[in-house]
Design a protein around this ligand. Structure first.
Ligand code: PLP
Length: 394
């Protein structure tokens, strides 16, 4: 326990390390091939070609056409754009939007803003593992429903939504289907045609690409409105000089992710199961949130009853272990996680929950060390916990 360890990074759902080979590919587009892709001379044509090759590569990973990929500044922008675009383009047909109770704030807060603008939003419930209730979703559909937006995988508990079924329901009812695939793209395969996805958001820094770059896929047959007004970039829909190094880096990371996807999935799933099994077996009063199997390969979300999550995270930090409490801060003074609330976790457990997310560079030795640290910290906290003492007083 006392031996010193290097940093153990278990927060890959927050962001990932940019691969060295990705950075190497980007470098040329800062220092040598720095032309503006909209300029007409040959030198700039090289930037334009790199950008269009990146667009084609990304389209191929989804079974999409290159014209259907729009570069953005990341997942938040893609989500904002998707919802706003549908509200503008289809607002005259209807003003009803369906989403789920466990979306990322990028969707939740955009939907909230659309409500202020006169849209009606239904937030469909999820079950105790975080799966959207499909019968409730179907029942929520109305004549004026213009959009269903449900995330592909949850950022806190890793639950993989039945996007194939959701896509089928949306298509049958002639409703646009958007999915926030920020956590899933690059981890698991997605085919927009197989799943009837009309719009999809992704972000490079979640799959070992650079921060501040992402894309929005929009099916050719779905009209899309301008998000940022200005020049004619991105087919006049998203103005502003494109972030060529970022785009090149995102495509490079997407290529690597798709090449190594299956191998990575198997390795991370094995490690995750090993880690979860050890924790549940060796640490009393621990509980896994989300489905045991239908979750992101690297996602571990555990409640340690009688332990305060913010104190646990601080103690882990002191040992060089980076973990998080999900998207919302878990200190008692702030709001509890809406995802954990939606799966029906009692408040005391919500404030005892941490998220640890693995990557392909996570090792079994690191996880063994983390289990030992968790054991030690949780038993220390419980010894000092009045709640724990009361529970066992006789
Ligand atoms: N959607 C989901 C599901 C996410 O997990 C995140 C980031 O945590 C985002 C959207 C926002 O992405 P970005 O950080 O690229 O703005």
């Amino acid at each position: 326990m006392e031996e010193s360890h290097d940093l153990i990074y278990l927060d890959n759902a927050a962001t990932t390390m940019t691969y060295k080979e990705v950075v190497d590919e980007m470098m040329d587009y800062f220092t040598d091939l720095y032309g503006n892709p909209s300029s007409v001379y040959e030198f700039a044509g090289k930037s334009r070609k790199a950008m269009e090759d990146a667009r084609s590569l990304i389209a191929d990973t989804l079974g999409a056409k290159k014209e259907e990929i729009y570069f953005t500044a990341g997942g938040t922008e893609s989500d904002n754009w998707a919802l706003r675009s549908v509200s503008k383009e289809f607002g005259s047909k209807g003003k009803h939007i369906i989403t789920s109770k466990i979306e990322h704030p990028a969707i939740m807060n955009t939907a909230g803003n659309l409500e202020e603008l006169g849209f009606d939003v239904t937030y469909v419930n999820v079950d105790e593992n975080g799966f959207i209730k499909l019968n409730e979703l179907e029942r929520a559909i109305r004549k004026d429903t213009i959009l269903i937006s449900v995330m592909a995988a949850n950022n806190e508990i890793g639950t993989l939504q039945p996007i194939r079924e959701i896509g089928r329901i949306a298509r049958k009812n002639n409703i646009v289907f958007h999915t926030d695939a920020v956590q899933m793209y690059g981890q698991l395969p997605i085919d927009v045609n197989e799943y009837n996805i009309d719009m999809l958001s992704a972000s490079a820094h979640k799959f070992h690409g650079p921060k501040g770059i992402g894309f929005l896929y929009v099916r050719e047959s779905v009209p899309v409105s301008s998000f940022i007004y200005g020049g004619g970039q991105e087919n006049h829909k998203r103005a502003g000089t494109q972030n060529v190094p970022g785009i090149v880096g995102m495509a490079s990371a997407a290529g690597i992710a798709h090449k190594r996807m299956e191998e990575k999935r198997i390795q991370e799933t094995w490690l995750r199961n090993y880690f979860v099994n050890r924790i549940l077996k060796e640490i009393p009063f621990s509980r896994l949130n989300g489905d045991r199997n239908r979750r992101l390969p690297g996602n571990v979300n555990i409640s340690f009853q009688f332990v305060d999550a913010s104190e646990l995270l601080a103690s882990l930090d002191m040992k060089g272990i980076c973990a998080s409490s999900g998207s919302a801060c878990s200190s008692h003074s702030t709001k509890p996680s809406h995802v954990l609330e939606a799966i029906g976790l009692p408040e005391n457990l919500i404030y005892s929950t941490i998220r640890m997310t693995l990557s392909e560079s996570t090792t079994k030795e690191q996880l063994d060390y983390v289990v030992e640290v968790l054991k030690e910290i949780s038993s220390e906290y419980r010894e000092n916990s009045s709640e724990y003492a009361e529970c066992f007083a006789f």
